[in-house]
Design a protein around this ligand. Sequence first.
Ligand code: COA
Length: 218
Amino acid sequence: MIEAILPGTVAAVETSDDPPGAVLYPEEEPFVARAVDKRRREFTAGRWCARQALVRLGRPAVPIPSSPDRQPQWPPGVVGSITHCAGYRAAALAHDRDLHTIGIDAEPHGALPDGVLRAVALPDEQDRLARLSADEPGVHWDRLLFSAKESVFKAWYPLARRWLGFEDADLVLDPASDRFTARILIPGPDVAGQPLRGFDGRWLVRDGLVVTAVTLPR
Ligand SMILES: CC(C)(COP(=O)(O)OP(=O)(O)OC[C@H]1O[C@@H](n2cnc3c(N)ncnc32)[C@H](O)[C@@H]1OP(=O)(O)O)[C@@H](O)C(=O)NCCC(=O)NCCS
C-alpha cells in the first residue's frame, strides 16, 4: 500500500507478518543482540524488506547496519527509510541520483493516547486538526499528524544529521489531495545549494493503518 504514495523511482517492499525466511547478516546481529523478541522480529523484517528493495533497484542484498543514531546505513548511492508497527513492516529505497532523501512511517489507525497530541502538535496544528476532525470524523487526524511528523524526521535526519523536535516543524494536511506540507522552523542544511526549508508528503489510510511518506526529489 505504501507504493501508492511514493514516486515511481522508489522501490518499496512491505509485509504484514514476519517472513519465515528472514534472517540477519552477522554484521547486523549486534544491533539486536540484547533486544526482546518483538524488537528482534521487527528489525529482521525491516532488513528483509530493505534487501528486497535493494534487489529491485538492481543492487546486491547487502547487510544494513544501524548507525549509533539508529539510522540505517545504506550502501553508497542509496537513500531509504524503514518503518514497523503492529501488523506492518516496510522499507522504501531509491537511488540518490533520483531523490535526496525518503522518510516513511506507519501507525495503527487509532487515536493517540491522551495527552500525546499536545506534546507533538503546535497550537496552530491543533486548531487545524480540530477543524479536520469536525469535517471528517472517520479519520484519526491526530495519529495521521504524528505519523507525518515521524516521516519528516526520518527524511530530515540523514540530510541534517541532527535532531528535529515535534515543535520544529509546522504541518498542514490537505484532505482534498491526501498530501501535506511541512515547514521546518529551524535552520536546515543546504541541499543542492539551497537551505532546506520544508518537505512535501503524502498519506494513505487503509486496512486499519495510517501510512505517510516524504520524499525530496533531485
Ligand atoms: C526515530 C523515530 C522517528 C522512529 O519512529 P517510530 O515510529 O518510533 O518507529 P518506526 O518503526 O516507524 O521506525 C523505526 C525506524 O526508523 C529508522 N530510524 C531510526 N532513527 C533514525 C534516524 N535518526 N534517521 C532516520 N531513520 C531513523 C530506523 O530504520 C528504525 O528501524 P530499525 O531500527 O529497525 O532500523 C522516533 O522514534 C523518534 O525518535 N521520533 C522523535 C523525533 C521526531 O519524530 N520528530 C518530529 C519532527 S517534525
